[in-house]
Design a protein around this ligand. Structure first.
Ligand code: C2E
Ligand code: CA
Ligand code: CA
Ligand code: CA
Length: 277
């Protein structure tokens, strides 16, 4: 055995084999997940640091698998992206968000944005902006209430021209956010060329920020540059009061995280919103 390993001969690995089999079976299940109504849209609120007002929510997908139960996006989004299946998930998430926004408007509730996560593959779809505009028009929803979150790495790794799609989306009035900012390769200077409205600072800069003066300095400078470009700056993954105090001192505009609320299904979100005022 040791000799075979040294010679670099592939050794049977039951762990990897099982993981592969699991992925293959999930991939085939994913093909029918939408038809079988197994996806759910959870909402996590975002709050204005200064006024305390809840200004929007991020939509996060969950899969209620008939055999495996609740699956977090990390368990299926990566291979949905590799297989191209992500486009249908995005389409479903967008339709769900627009229906929710239309419902809130019909009930006369105070307007709130919903942000949907978009992947690299979606940005290669030149027809997405017009399709989305038609969906919004069909439901009479103000495009300014829909936001799309794009990761920095997604933008950099896209082969087609993702900036063209972003400009088209924005020309229809849809709002754009850069997600997980700080984790990719792009520089702050790159931001000035992107047609975006909001910068979401990755949780890795927020976590334990009160314990690390250097992280705090970094956070403060990202907030400063973002705001000088006219962007709304959001701190992601705020879990406790100490982190909140720190991101407030750094000048963040919005906060999102377990301290405020976990992602919830629509009925729970509406109940929460009613209680939060
Ligand atoms: P993300 O876009 O950065 O979303 C934030 C993630 O952080 C969510 O995980 C959320 O539940 C979690 N989170 C929020 N507040 C806190 C906090 O205070 N502490 C900690 N530790 N975590 C917090 P989730 O729902 O598991 O989603 C993971 C990732 O999956 C998302 O990261 C996003 O990249 C992707 N994703 C989720 N839904 C979709 C979708 O519909 N489409 C696409 N393309 N990607 C999605
Ligand atoms: Ca996001
Ligand atoms: Ca994020
Ligand atoms: Ca993330």
């Amino acid at each position: 055995e040791a000799k075979r390993l040294r010679q670099g001969v592939a050794v049977y690995n039951p762990g990897a084999e099982a993981a592969r089999a699991l992925h293959l079976s999930l991939l085939s299940d994913l093909a029918t997940a939408i038809q079988h109504d197994e996806l759910r849209q959870f909402l996590q609120p975002k709050r204005c640091v200064k006024t305390g007002r809840v200004v929007g929510a991020e939509a996060l997908v969950r899969w209620l698998h008939p055999q495996r139960g609740w699956l977090p996006p990390g368990d299926f989004i990566p291979f949905a992206e590799r297989s191209g299946r992500i486009r249908q998930i995005t389409e479903w998430m967008l339709a769900r968000a627009v229906r929710t926004l239309a419902g809130w408007a019909a009930e006369g509730r105070e307007p709130m944005t919903i942000a949907v996560n978009i992947s690299t593959l979606d940005l290669q779809d030149q027809a997405l902006p017009a399709r989305l505009a038609a969906l919004l028009a069909e439901h009479g929803v103000d495009p300014g209430l829909l936001q799309l979150e794009v990761t920095e790495t997604g933008l950099m790794s896209s082969s087609a021209d993702p900036i063209a799609v972003l400009h088209a989306l924005r020309s229809w009035g849809v709002k754009l956010a850069i997600d997980d900012f700080g984790t990719g390769q792009s520089s702050l200077a790159y931001l000035q060329h992107l047609p975006v409205d909001e910068l979401k600072i990755d949780r890795s800069f927020v976590q334990d920020v009160h314990r690390d003066p250097r992280r705090q300095a970094l956070l403060k400078s990202i907030v400063g540059v973002g705001q000088s470009l006219g962007l709304t700056v959001t701190a992601e993954g705020v879990e406790n009061e100490a982190e909140l105090a720190c991101i407030t001192a750094c000048g963040c505009d919005l906060m999102q995280g377990y301290l405020l609320a976990r992602p919830m299904d629509l009925p729970d979100f509406e109940r929460w919103r009613g209680e939060a005022g």
